[in-house]
Write a protein that binds this ligand. Structure first.
Ligand SMILES: NC(=O)c1ccc[n+]([C@@H]2O[C@H](COP(=O)([O-])OP(=O)(O)OC[C@H]3O[C@@H](n4cnc5c(N)ncnc54)[C@H](OP(=O)(O)O)[C@@H]3O)[C@@H](O)[C@H]2O)c1
Length: 288
């Protein structure tokens, strides 16, 4: 089945990096679809305001989330009950333990790992090693731990979904954002491998590769808006990701980005993953 579905990916979704931009759009769209949403990022006030806004728009549209019959969303306060704020720093060494504790009573069927933009474009050796390692914590260590914990629970249940937000910068080594590009390559490759391993268990893993997107972080980084490469609307990126889950290991947001992605790959990603997996199975005498 292609596309987000409460029975396959619900009833609760964690959105890591939810307070603005693409993450905010994911949270709003998932709540509209009847999911309970766990809003995660550092700024509690911003998350509280987002939760209030999500609830207000659900009330005004009359969507109580009654579709979530077996989970959250079955009472008059359903909209509010389907929002939980968890303020934490995803680079903390115990970030995943904090998140697991804060969601221990919830049936988490979807993890969207969205946090991860770089803060500046600067040469690798003009950054401190702490800045470099910070990005590794945010984009490699924590998403890996999250996928391990929640993906294993999903595998046990035989349903679920994982979306790791990647970047066009991760398609090749990229100067001035060398670490960022490398971490985004890691996220895409991890999602691809999980897609291959988990598909027989009914769990959809996917990398959502974004190109320039008009988020507050994009502005803060000082990115220019050019006619050749206009940024996408964050809501469109999230919408494409939710529509594409279950379709394959990678979805590239936006037709222009897809054209670049396709031009870089002469072998389809699915064929490549199958060939790499078959080689590994042959080497180690493995089978599905
Ligand atoms: N914008 C683009 O042009 C673009 C292009 C390609 C790919 N992407 C990808 O799209 C995703 C979203 O990017 P974005 O532009 O919206 O910027 P972002 O800086 O990744 O912000 C997204 C969210 O992450 C949260 N966040 C950042 N660091 C965090 C931390 N240490 N702990 C907890 N939460 C944290 C932010 O909230 P708080 O500040 O409240 O913590 C915010 O809600 C990223 O993975 C990025 O790599 C973006």
């Amino acid at each position: 089945m292609v596309g987000i579905a409460l029975e396959q990916h619900g009833p609760w979704a964690i959105v890591a990096g939810a307070s603005e931009g693409i993450g905010e759009a994911f949270a709003r769209q998932l709540h509209d679809a009847g999911f309970g949403v766990v809003l995660v990022s550092r700024r509690k006030d911003t998350l509280d305001a987002l939760a209030a806004s999500i609830v207000a728009s659900a009330m005004s549209s009359g969507s109580s989330g009654s579709a979530a019959a077996s989970g959250p969303g079955t009472t008059p306060n359903a909209a509010a009950e389907r929002c939980r704020v968890v303020a934490l720093d995803l680079t903390a060494h115990d970030a995943v333990e904090q998140l697991v504790a804060a969601t221990a009573d919830l049936d988490v069927g979807l993890v969207v790992y969205n946090a991860g933009a770089d803060t500046m474009a600067v040469r690798f050796h003009d950054r401190t090693i702490d800045e470099v390692m910070h990005l590794l914590s945010l984009n490699v260590v924590t998403p890996t731990r999250l996928c391990h914990h929640f993906g294993r629970l999903m595998r046990g249940r035989g349903r679920g979904g994982i979306i790791l937000v990647g970047s066009m910068a991760g398609l090749a080594g990229t100067g001035w954002v060398a670490t960022y590009a490398a971490t985004k390559a890691f996220d895409q490759i991890l999602a691809e491998g999980l897609w291959r391993e988990l598909r027989r268990d009914g769990v959809d893993a996917m990398a959502l590769v974004a190109g320039a997107t008009a988020t507050p972080a994009h502005d803060r980084m000082g990115a220019r808006i050019t006619a050749e490469y206009p940024p996408m609307d964050p809501a469109a990126v999230a919408r494409e990701g939710l529509a594409a889950i279950g379709s394959g290991p990678v979805w590239v947001a936006g037709a222009a980005n897809r054209a670049v992605f396709d031009a870089l790959h002469t072998v389809s990603r699915v064929d490549l993953i199958e060939q790499m997996t078959a080689g590994t199975q042959l080497l180690f005498d493995l089978s599905d």
